[in-house]
Design a binder for this molecule. Structure first.
Ligand code: DC
Length: 221
């Protein structure tokens, strides 16, 4: 069984996807982390991020996998734990080079499908319900207004990056939204059969309860 959760940055999809996977005992697939991991590798190797061929070659030569433990989900690139590094602002700023490249996306989608082939999964990203798992049993599209999403991200990052202002975060989210929704390859769009949830005025627990309530009848079938 696949539960697909898509939505823009700060919509709450990672938190919800993790909670759901834990509650249901499903595998958690963070596809954004995979695009970030390849970005980190390309930067580390000094690859020209505008060179599509070099990026495809890198994708073919790179092993990306996950390990989950009591402490959470860890992502490895060729055996190196890059869980922290992939969240650096430099990676966030460059990830669009990777996620905009059609042939890298194609390979990434294949890998995501393979990672989900042996388990029930909760997968989160931008194209899960539309491209990666169009036949997912359940699809959700989480959203929230820009002010709320910026506030959430700001609260998350503030302790470690106190120089960043709420306005900076808001501008960054706006530009990522623009990139994610207007790119030619697999733009962020809601699948026709996805349930749309505006989380602006909801707590995480409320969102979780709504989604779980919607999934439970399917689990009982
Ligand atoms: O969810 P995130 O912020 O970790 O994702 C990082 C970037 O990867 C984001 O800018 C959009 C891109 N992405 C994508 O294009 N397709 C996905 N399925 C997941 C993420």
């Amino acid at each position: 069984m696949v539960i697909a959760i898509d939505g823009p940055a700060g919509s709450g999809k990672s938190t919800i996807a993790k909670m759901l996977a834990k509650r249901l005992g499903f595998k958690y697939l963070d596809t954004g982390a995979m695009y970030r991991a390849l970005t980190w590798r390309a930067m580390q190797k000094g690859i020209n991020l505008e060179d599509e061929h070099a990026l495809c070659r890198l994708m073919d030569q790179t092993t990306i996998d996950f390990q989950s433990s009591e402490d959470g989900l860890f992502i490895f690139v060729d055996g190196t734990d890059v869980t922290k590094e992939i969240r650096l602002p430099s990676v966030t700023n460059n990830v669009h080079y990777i996620s905009d490249t059609r042939n890298v996306r194609r390979r990434m989608v294949e890998l995501q499908q393979k990672l989900a082939s042996d388990a029930h999964v909760v997968a989160e990203g931008r194209d899960i319900g539309t491209v990666v798992f169009p036949r997912a049993e359940k699809k959700f599209f989480l959203d929230a207004n820009i002010e709320e999403r910026a506030k959430r991200r700001y609260t998350e990052f503030k302790p470690s990056e106190s120089k960043i202002s709420l306005d900076d975060v808001s501008r960054d989210i706006e530009s990522r939204d623009r990139r994610d929704t207007t790119r030619i390859n697999s733009p962020l769009t809601r699948a026709d059969d996805a349930i749309y949830l505006d989380t602006t005025k909801l707590t995480i627990d409320e969102v979780f309860t709504i989604i779980l309530g919607d999934i439970e009848p399917v689990l009982k079938k």
